[in-house]
Design a binder for this molecule. Structure first.
Ligand code: 5GP
Length: 183
């Protein structure tokens, strides 16, 4: 969906479709270089990371495998607590695998920190993280995000997989949702 369709709902574009595409191509090249000829398993976090996974995987000029997890984090309102429940687990065993978690956005970082620890405890050889967007809060917790697309201000954003009540995921750019939309 184009921005034009929802322009009254948003206040500001954080990243255009083209900016996201160009940045993901750059990151895909960096990842390819870092992993060399080691097998790589991309683990996407549903549902938000669907677009990021599709774009990253296609930008990689090498073989990758893909798997998915769905998690929900318990918290009050919009803040995550770090207590996570697995709604859908990986299909395959990850013992001795190099795993790269693909995430849409890191806010508090609590969910990712839990996920990284969980995957390492299953015997993965390595578990690194790629996120398309990172908010300033993420710097406060200890989660080592190796690949970051964009550092963005601490506003609530939608688009490119990110939703508000399951809407806007199919918006092709990422934009700040107007506060009037919450009420
Ligand atoms: P964390 O544990 O890092 O606080 O939570 C990360 C999750 O919160 C993301 O995967 C995403 O689902 C949700 N989230 C955090 N910030 C935003 C935002 O600005 N917009 C949307 N739509 N979701 C967000």
């Amino acid at each position: 969906m184009d921005l034009e369709r929802v322009k009254d709902d948003i206040t500001e574009v954080v990243a255009t479709r083209e900016q996201i595409h160009n940045r993901i191509v750059e990151i895909a090249a960096a990842i390819s270089k870092d992993y060399g000829d080691r097998d790589l398993l991309l683990v996407g976090v549903l549902k938000g990371a669907v677009m990021a996974m599709a774009d990253l995987a296609r930008a990689m000029q090498r073989h990758v495998e893909m798997d998915w997890m769905a998690v929900s984090s318990y918290g009050s309102g919009t803040k995550s607590s770090g207590v996570v429940r697995i709604l859908k687990d990986l299909d395959r065993d990850i013992t001795d695998r190099d795993v790269l978690i693909v995430e849409d956005i890191v806010d508090s970082g609590l969910t990712l920190s839990w996920l990284q620890t969980n995957l390492l405890s299953r015997g993965a050889k390595s578990v690194e993280i790629f996120t398309v967007f990172r908010k300033p809060e993420a710097a406060k917790v200890h989660v080592d995000v190796k690949y970051v697309g964009f550092d963005i201000p601490p506003a609530f954003v939608v688009g490119y997989g990110l939703d508000f009540s399951e809407k806007y995921r199919n918006l092709d750019c990422v934009a700040v949702l107007a506060p009037k939309m919450y009420s």
